[in-house]
Ligand binder design. Structure first.
Ligand SMILES: *[C@@H]1O[C@H](CO)[C@@H](O)[C@H](O)[C@H]1NC(C)=O
Ligand SMILES: *[C@@H]1O[C@H](CO)[C@@H](O)[C@H](O)[C@H]1NC(C)=O
Length: 327
């Protein structure tokens, strides 16, 4: 009985959309740009637009992302131009973009907010550029991304925060860069990943490579090239394949803490601080109370010694008559 109620929930908006007297903007591509008409409505001036929302701006020596992008553009081919840098909001207006091709631009700088607004984008090709690093959060707006290529750049490091969490990412191409390791967090944010291309990087077979080796062993099929991934350093392990390292090979490496362990550590810190604070306070108040009582006792006049009457002799007194009687 689950699906009928689900369908009922979804039907009203669809009906509203169909019955709406206004033209729906999603229909714009077919209405707008006739095939291959540069400068047509909804088509950037420098490009040729085809039905189906493809804007072909390939190989036109463009120095920047062309102006005039609209929601009717679904595919933007910007490959083989001269776009060296992407400023913030470089693609505003193209919120319905699904496929963005930026290959071969000599791109060396991407502003962390360059991809803002591209929440529908599924495929992003940044290969054959000059990228050396990516700022944290660069890909954060791309929640629908399924295929990302950064092959053929100059990446020596890839911070987990640069990729962030990409829940749908299936395919990640990092071949032909300068990576020597992948930080553990990089793969942790990519739960749907099943193809990871890594060949052509100078892998250093050290503890830092552990998460990658574990991932490769758990995902053998989608990376047929895995067998060809070789260590470039240290010298003793040169040209050993990455997959040749069983978990045991990393036993000497310090265990990195799992998120749950980290949470325990973070919770225990403040808790133990509070507990020791409470213990100190309790101990302090007991000590002060003791000292006060002792001081009060010292101030009181000394008690009169008991009357040494004949009946008051203690039984312990060896010379007393009672002790003598006991003996
Ligand atoms: C894009 O346009 C160029 C010529 O400007 C052409 O060579 C290329 O095949 C076009 N690409 C696509 C996918 O239509
Ligand atoms: C993912 O992108 C790469 C590079 O753009 C391409 O070669 C590959 O075919 C794409 N994969 C899919 C499944 O579309």
């Amino acid at each position: 009985m689950r699906s009928p109620s689900f369908l009922l929930q979804r039907r009203p908006p669809l009906l509203l959309l169909l019955l709406s007297p206004w033209p729906v903007w999603a229909q714009a591509p077919t209405a707008a740009a006739p095939s291959g008409t540069p400068g047509a409505r909804d088509c950037p001036e420098a490009c040729a637009c085809a039905s189906g929302g493809q804007a072909n701006c390939s190989g036109r020596e463009l120095p920047a992302v062309p102006a005039g992008l609209s929601r009717s553009v679904r595919t933007l081919l910007l490959d083989h131009n001269r776009v060296r840098a992407l400023p913030p909001g470089a693609f505003v207006g193209a919120g319905a973009l699904l496929h963005l091709d930026l290959r071969g631009n000599g791109l060396h700088w991407v502003h962390p907010r360059a991809f803002w607004g591209l929440s529908a984008l599924e495929q992003l090709d940044l290969s054959a550029n000059q990228l050396e690093a990516l700022a944290p959060g660069t890909f954060a707006p791309l929640r629908a991304l399924r295929n990302l290529s950064m092959a053929g750049n100059r990446l020596a490091r890839l911070e987990p925060a640069a990729l962030g969490a990409l829940p749908l990412l299936h395919e990640l191409s990092l071949q032909d860069n300068e990576l020597s390791a992948l930080a553990p967090g990089v793969l942790a944010g990519l739960p749907a990943l099943n193809a990871l291309r890594l060949r052509g990087n100078p892998w250093a077979c050290s503890c830092a490579l552990r998460p990658l080796c574990m991932w490769l062993r758990r995902h053998p099929q989608p990376a047929p090239e895995t067998e060809t991934l070789l260590c470039v350093s240290p010298v003793s392990l040169t040209l050993r394949p990455l997959t040749a390292f069983p978990d045991a090979a990393f036993r000497h490496c310090a265990q990195s803490l799992a998120p749950r362990d980290l949470a325990v550590v973070y919770a225990l810190g403040p808790l133990s601080f509070l507990a020791s604070l409470a213990a100190c306070l309790a101990l302090g108040s007991v000590l002060t109370a003791c000292r006060r009582r002792r001081a009060a006792a010292a101030r009181r006049p000394p008690r009169r010694p008991p009357d040494p009457g004949p009946c008051s002799a203690s039984p312990e007194d060896p010379g007393s008559p009672a002790a003598a009687a006991q003996a």
